[in-house]
Design a protein around this ligand. Sequence first.
Ligand SMILES: [Zn+2]
Length: 328
Amino acid sequence: MLSVEERPSPPVIAGHLQVRMKAAALNHLDIWVREGLPGGSLPLVPGSDGAGIVTAVGESAGPLAVGDEIVVQPCTWCGVCEACTSGRENYCPSFGILGEDSAGLLQDVVNLLPANAYKKPSGLAWAEAASFGLVFLTAYEMLVQRAGLRAGETVLVLAGSSGIGAAAIQIAAERGARVIATASSPEKAEFAKSMGAHETVDHYRPDWHREVLKLAGSSKIQVVVEHVGAATWQQSLRVLGLGGRIVFCGATTGPEVALDLRHLFRKQQSVLGSTMGSSKSFAAVVEKFEQNRYRPIVDKVFPLTEISAAHRYLEQGPRGGKVVLSME
Ligand SMILES: [Zn+2]
């Protein structure tokens, strides 16, 4: 159940920035948190993506200053372990996500660690700035850090109109890859193309992987961006070429799949799990937005007081892009 409550503003804390939130975006994670994740504890303020203005700076919480406009980096980590000190924070044993493991951003005033606040790309409106964090971070880590995508390779992005899909299409295309995306309707195919997909295929057709193979040519697909799981796994394997990588960040249709190990070693293929991303990846994404190399995708903006309607809209499957809550 969701409720909007009045609470006193939190005090300014040493080592933290106090931020007046302007907008926050929903992710599917927000629905899972609302329904109750295993091990999760409720009540909890949800929200992993957001943007706002720094209104106070606690002791030794620089270098950002009062008045700076920021976007929120959604991950938390210990900061002292080997993973954290070597810039691989998403391998930290204490890794977490704002709005899942700790209080999130759907509140007017939040206290954030400096590691969670980055200067807002200057060309973006509040809703746009709030919308990209989690999905672009996840897709960037998958394609660049895990799969090592190179220019000239051919990428298959499953469910290209989803948030992760739209981000993956943009990131792959910007790196000079050829992008084939799957989409389940002509409108979603159009959306995937507007994100930069060179070709689209309808994944509800039973033989859709043959179309992918025809489009990809003899070297097949080098990188498959998977987050669908059981429903698409066999086709994802079939389209994968020599040295190909399947990189996945979720398994929404089921987590158990069959794998013929002979194919993997003979074709030197890799299956790569990935979750969220490092601070380096987040900084790279923010920089690309600053340079107008990526563009945010806002589907619909609701006022914060209509959060229940926003959740229902997200559950019904938006046409493409992010659902944002405005706190202005
Ligand atoms: Zn750590």
